[in-house]
Design a binder for this molecule. Structure first.
Ligand code: SAM
Length: 216
């Protein structure tokens, strides 16, 4: 992070993420998001141009997009996560532009009209959605997946604190008055099956959207 940049999160939050990564969080989760892979396999995202991975963590999705042909910028507040991600990229002979910075601190977290694809997976910052849409080039795709607040009896992965989960309509609320044309290509809020970190089958409650910015 540049010295000119002020941090909007407490130093302890940044340190908390660094410590979680040092303790091995997500170390076993090497596979890309199933949703991202599905959208790619369905031809909804075309691997051309620049992509941005917001809150990339250990870079599982950044590395996947790089392998598919995107020129990837990947941002995370945790220097430890970025270091792990950069090591993984070196091992895979992948090129990703890793950036350690706080996306909530910048007034313009994303340069406008810059990316063919922007993804934000499981970083609960729905308020960023309008900026991310503006960061797309015309016709570009935004994919967001957040943990969803869930009251059912199922055992689900992810944060136990509801503060780190969105309500079912929270993403779509962000789309009101964004000031650019867009189409929602896919939208879902509910339970999904996904591999647990121990390799078994688990469940997650998610809210997700795939949005295409208008072509003008
Ligand atoms: C649940 S992890 C998700 C990581 C990755 N997107 C994935 O799906 O594997 C949330 C990530 O958000 C990052 N993060 C938290 N606050 C941030 C901020 N203000 N700016 C950038 N990244 C942040 C954390 O360091 C962590 O890597």
């Amino acid at each position: 992070m540049g010295t000119h940049e002020k941090s909007s999160i407490a130093v302890t939050d940044r340190q908390r993420w660094d410590q979680r990564y040092r303790d091995g969080i997500y170390a076993a989760r090497l596979w890309p998001s199933a949703y991202l892979k599905q959208l790619h396999d369905d031809g909804l995202i075309q691997p051309r141009g620049r992509a941005l991975d917001v809150a990339c963590g250990r870079g599982r999705n950044s590395l996947y997009l790089s392998a598919k042909g995107y020129a990837v910028d990947a941002v995370d507040v945790s220097a430890t996560a970025i270091a792990y991600a950069a090591n993984a990229a070196t091992a895979q002979h992948a090129r990703v532009n890793w950036q350690c910075r706080d996306v909530l601190a910048a007034r313009d977290p994303v340069p406008q009209n810059s990316y063919a694809l922007i993804i934000m997976f499981r970083f609960v910052a729905p308020g960023l959605v309008p900026s991310l849409l503006h960061g797309l080039t015309p016709g570009g795709i935004l994919i967001v997946e957040e943990h969803l607040q869930w009251a059912g009896p199922e055992q689900i992965s992810g944060p136990s604190n509801q503060r780190f989960r969105v309500t079912a309509d929270e993403l779509s609320m962000q789309l009101k008055a964004v000031g650019v044309a867009f189409d929602v290509l896919d939208e879902f809020a509910g339970l999904i099956a996904e591999p647990a970190d121990d390799g078994g089958q688990g469940k997650a409650a998610v809210s997700r959207m795939c949005i295409r910015r208008g072509s003008t």
